[in-house]
Design a protein around this ligand. Structure first.
Ligand code: BES
Ligand code: ZN
Ligand code: ZN
Length: 487
């Protein structure tokens, strides 16, 4: 999709459709085609209701006084509540609705409440996110003739549009990875994709193979991998700022289970196909690094993705096995389906060895977080409130919903084992919290935030602004955190 910023008046936009936000209460001041727009409001055919299960919209063909073939009014709800996050979704929904109708060129006309660059970036981002389809493996994609060729924002700077494009393409990259089927996206393939991406955007990429991980003593990660014929990979991506050494070093760690059968503690068949997105955290780290390479923040960032397949092969680890993690601590594996935490602890220990000063991990870690927060919020867990506040602020400004969960020391009791230093499950109560508590034992006291994205990384049914499949959650928060980083 070609992205443009144009400063010409809306009347001059020579496109298939101009999109304009209509708020509740009445038509925008100085609206183009004012008479017809007023009629839509007066007849209540269009009310400006906010985007919910559907997009409130109206399309005027051959709008008088405009070069465009159509004028689309898209409902923005209450003007006071309309922010960049709402705009991003609204433009996505408008693009999705218009492309179904065979529209190829779109211009967005910001209204009187236009906030400049922030809105320009959000509109561009929304357009590219909305254009994404989960149809990569269809031989005749349902939208081949129905895609948007160009999207223009009538206002704002090139630089803002560019930022929006980088952010959206990074998220779509992540979504593509998490959508990919588990036969085609194995740990080896994920590492290959990371290498290609790194070469394209000038990042340093290193992949540790099974032998290297054995030498290092990553027993927790290797225990998970041993049940699969597919070898594991530990993917490392390095971004370093051009201007001198940075004293802070952000480590982004993402769970990369390319398929989670549960292992010997096997999962039920229903919806097991969804466990292809058990690498969505790792995918988010890859997407974030892709954007970071282009936006060039002033802080050193290392992306770390432990990639494995969790299978119940004849060499698979058994419930009751005791493994020695890279940290030296031993873990009793009471449930082989609690594998995410096992690969994360070795990756986090390694992140500390690499000199990271701050750690954030994203992982589709527990079904329990879905019970706690549903599909709306990701859970955030931390050992450091000040650092967590920074992550939460980054998420909020980017419209990613993340909710802080408690981490009182009392939860640690559930992980005590008779046979090893700790066990990998803590029972059903507070399952997302005990999982986070398990990981906390391996962060060496560094400021650390864990994001459990099990409920938010996958959309089961398409929404007006997003197609069914992977959501790309985490990318925006990671990138924003890196851009604003200062400790
Ligand atoms: N990958 C799953 C968590 C998950 C569940 C992700 C639903 C996405 C949607 C994870 O590895 C897992 O199986 N966790 C277990 C932990 C339990 C055995 C302590 C769970 O949540 O049931
Ligand atoms: Zn599992
Ligand atoms: Zn898993």
């Amino acid at each position: 999709m070609e992205i443009k910023v144009e400063s010409r008046p809306v009347q001059e936009a020579d496109v298939d459709a101009v999109v304009m936000v209509g708020f509740e209460g009445g038509p925008p001041e100085g609206s183009p085609a004012a008479g017809l727009v007023q009629e839509l409001y007066s007849s209540s055919e269009f009310t400006g209701k906010a985007l919910d299960r559907t997009l409130d919209m109206a399309i005027i063909h051959h709008p008088p006084g405009l070069k465009a073939k159509r004028l689309m009014l898209a409902g923005g709800g209450k003007r006071e509540k309309f922010d960049a996050a709402e705009l991003r979704k609204l433009v996505s929904a408008a693009v999705r609705a218009l492309k179904k109708r065979g529209v190829h060129s779109i211009a967005f006309a910001p209204g009187d409440g236009f906030r400049g660059d922030e809105d320009t970036a959000a509109a561009v981002e929304g357009a590219i996110l909305g254009d994404f389809e989960s149809d990569r493996y269809k031989t005749e994609p349902k939208n081949t003739d129905k895609h948007v060729d160009s999207f223009a924002v009538l206002g704002g700077s090139e630089e803002a549009a560019q930022r929006g494009r980088i952010m959206a393409e990074a998220q779509n990259f992540t979504r593509g990875l998490a959508n990919d089927p588990p036969n085609l996206l194995t740990p080896t393939k994920l590492a290959e994709r990371a290498r290609e991406m790194a070469a394209e955007f000038g990042l340093d990429c290193e992949v540790l193979d099974q032998d290297r991980m054995r030498q290092l003593g990553m027993g927790a990660l290797l225990g998970v991998a041993q049940g699969s014929a597919e070898p594991p990979a530990l993917i490392l991506l390095r971004y370093r700022p051009a201007a001198g050494a940075s004293k802070d070093h952000l480590g982004l760690v993402g769970k990369g289970v390319t398929f989670d059968t549960g292992g010997i503690s096997i999962k039920p068949a229903t919806d097991m196909d969804q466990m292809r997105y058990d690498m969505a955290g790792g995918g988010a780290v890859l997407g974030a690094m892709r954007a970071i390479a282009q936006l060039k923040p002033g802080v050193a960032v290392t992306g770390i993705i432990p990639a494995v397949e969790n299978m119940p092969g004849s060499r698979a680890q058994r419930p009751g096995d005791i493994v020695t993690s890279l940290s030296g601590k031993t873990v009793e594996v009471l449930n082989t389906d609690a594998e995410g935490r096992l690969i994360l602890i070795d990756a986090l220990t390694y992140a500390h060895r690499l000199g990271c000063t701050h750690l954030v991990d994203a992982a589709t870690l527990t079904g329990a977080v879905v019970v706690a927060l549903g599909h709306l919020y990701a859970g955030a867990f931390s050992n450091n409130q000040a650092f967590l506040d920074k992550v939460l602020a980054a998420a909020k400004s980017q419209g990613e919903k993340i909710w802080q969960m408690p981490m009182d020391a009392e939860y640690r009791k559930a992980l005590e084992s008779e046979f090893a230093d700790l066990q990998n499950i803590g029972g059903r109560p507070g399952g997302a919290i005990t999982a986070a508590t398990f990981i906390q034992d391996f962060v060496n006291g560094l400021p650390w935030v864990h994001l459990d994205i099990a409920g938010t990384a996958w959309l089961e049914d398409s929404k007006p602004y997003m197609v069914k499949g992977a959501t790309g959650i985490g990318v925006r928060t990671f990138v924003e955190l890196a851009m604003k980083f200062s400790s």
